[in-house]
Write a protein that binds this ligand. Structure first.
Ligand code: NA7
Length: 541
């Protein structure tokens, strides 16, 4: 791209190094080709797909609906690809991403099975030097972290589990050949989304399944089924309009938010609306009323409704009480979307261990000993989540100006400008980074928005003979404060969730996603661009 650059272009191998080949990396490569920039991607996995390459546990699917969880940059792609179910399964999403890689001929720029180890900014030449575990050393003008938000699996505090002699698995690192649990006594630790999706599937196969639960979670039935062809056809025929609804929404999908307060209606009306949303299924339940995530009283009404559903579903009242979440507001931890989760506890081969009553005392060679008893197990599954949002970035040795280390910069928690740049790290970009809507949105919408914004920036820099861009300290301070202020208007910070880093011992507590919604955020990013990238410092060679 840099034919107009003042700097000697021979100094760089490519214009852009992209780290990761999931939804973000793939679109980044496509977009760079479109604007005439050279790019090269490194991907740790043995195939494209990112999170959908690794998370192959039984029952894995997206909690955003198929027709929303797709790229919007190509109408042709939308028409060529058909989803089979309302919520896409992991194998189907992986097939989709492979289809995209082939259709747009992206593979020739992707080096698989390669982990980026370091990225270092060279002040003198204003270039990034990226190294990998395969010995690659690549110099580029820009470095784009398309590393995902939930890509570093964690087994927090469970290192002592090594004494267990049976096989162990992590949902986020599932064996590609699958696991046959037939006849086995299986234990699973955790009751987040991954566990809630896999428990019903594993229970159908295993001789016995024991679920070790620390915190019960709210979950809404997916009401999954075959794809609604009428809706699909509508979205095809109204492609632009359909996509615009998502872009102008809060969470980035076509689900509609009820503008009314839960407190402004009668109990009968409210119950009818909750019931209606429950029947629709999925995350749309959070949109029942506009104040569920802002007002404790409103939230408690919705939480009560869900707890009542759990009590009606689970036959054993003691188990039902253990499964009914009471320690955090509904939605303040990622709302789960399930298929027959609570029903599964009615099976004779499923046992719930409530760790708040009987904590784990130790792992043994043959299972887990709680304060009450020893549970003998043949296999153990960790559904213990990820070092979310920052774990993967900090797993790479990233050095900015004057050797400044990102690990040091973020020692007290991540600080960014717009969630896309970190002051002191010129020409380094974090797609869906902390401080952007990221995990509180349909990731595909947010990824496309960031990539499109970057493409426009690169064109602007080329047109103006600019070589570097860096966020100013002031802009970063203001943005970080703003992200925090907005979060504090909501109930999100009330939960000990991975949104605040609470699932990783020692991780600094800071609410990381930007909660104002994708429409507000997009406008803000567009305004910054229109105002000659206000808050950024751009420089010639
Ligand atoms: P989550 O949502 O982080 O869930 C992890 C679960 O593991 C959660 O129930 C944790 O309980 C539990 N956990 C973690 N550490 C321990 C220990 N040490 N002991 C007992 N239980 C533990 O990860 P998921 O993979 O399910 O989902 C991540 C996201 O991926 C999801 O939100 C979707 O967006 C997709 P805790 O609540 O911390 O008490």
């Amino acid at each position: 791209m840099g034919h107009n650059h003042a700097v000697d272009e021979q100094a760089v191998d490519v214009d852009v190094v992209v780290v990761g080949a999931g939804f973000a990396g793939l679109y980044m490569l496509h977009k760079m080709r479109e604007i005439g920039a050279t790019a090269r991607a490194f991907e740790q996995g043995g195939g494209v797909g990112g999170t959908w390459y690794w998370n192959r546990y039984p029952g894995a699917r997206c909690d955003v609906e198929s027709i929303d969880y797709t790229y919007s940059f190509s109408e042709e792609l939308q028409r060529e690809w058909r989803w089979t179910e309302r919520y896409p399964t992991q194998p189907e999403i992986l097939r989709y991403l492979n289809f995209v890689a082939d259709k747009f001929d992206l593979r020739r720029e992707i080096q698989l099975d390669t982990r980026v180890e370091s990225a270092t900014f060279d002040d003198a030449s204003a270039t990034w030097v990226v190294t990998t575990d395969r010995g690659d050393v690549v110099r580029s003008r820009f470095c784009v972290m398309a590393t995902g938000c939930l890509s570093t699996p964690k087994r927090p505090g469970l290192e002592e589990a090594v004494v267990f002699e049976g096989p162990t698995y992590h949902t986020g690192l599932w064996p590609h050949e699958g696991v046959d649990f037939t006849g086995m006594r299986v234990g699973i630790i955790g009751t987040g989304s991954s566990a809630i999706q896999s428990i019903p599937q594993i229970a159908k196969q295993a001789a016995h399944l024991t679920v070790f639960q620390r915190t019960p979670n709210f979950s809404i039935p997916a009401q999954n089924g075959p794809i609604d062809h009428e809706r699909e056809q509508w979205s095809d025929e109204h492609f632009a309009e359909f996509r615009e609804i998502a872009r102008q929404s809060g969470f980035g999908s076509s689900n509609l938010l009820n503008p009314e307060s839960a407190l402004a209606v009668t109990p009968e009306e409210r119950n009818a609306e909750f019931e209606r949303r429950w029947e629709i299924g999925g995350i749309a339940f959070l949109g029942s009323y506009m104040d569920l995530l802002f007002n404790e009283e409103a939230n408690e009404l919705a939480a009560d409704f869900v707890r009542q559903k759990i009590r009606e579903t689970v036959h054993d009242p003691e188990v039902a009480e253990s499964l009914a979440p009471k320690s955090h507001p509904l939605g303040s931890k990622r709302l789960c979307v399930d298929i027959d989760y609570f029903e599964t506890y009615n099976r004779p081969n499923v046992t719930l261990v409530d760790l708040t009553r009987t904590p784990i005392e130790e792992f043994t060679a043959h299972g887990i000993r709680t304060s009450a008893t020893e549970h003998e197990l043949d296999a153990l599954i960790f559904a213990t989540g990820f070092d979310a949002m920052t774990g993967t970035l900090l797993g790479i040795d990233i050095r900015g100006r004057d050797g400044l280390s990102l690990r040091d910069e973020w020692a007290e928690g991540p600080r960014t400008y717009l969630g896309i740049m970190v002051s002191g790290f010129p020409n380094l970009f974090t797609i869906t980074g902390p401080g952007s809507p990221s995990v509180l949105s349909n990731m595909v919408i947010s990824i496309e928005q960031h990539v499109d914004w970057l493409a426009a920036l690169f064109i602007y820099m080329r047109a103006n003979g600019l070589v570097t861009i860096d966020a100013t300290d002031t802009a970063q301070d203001e943005w970080s404060q703003h992200v925090n202020d907005i979060a504090n208007l909501t109930l999100f910070p009330r939960a000990k969730s991975w949104y605040v880093g609470a699932n990783i011992p020692g991780k600094p507590r800071m609410f990381m996603p930007y909660v104002a919604g994708v429409a507000v955020y997009r406008q803000r990013c567009d305004d910054v661009a229109t105002n000659d990238y206000a808050g950024f410092e751009l420089a010639r060679a």
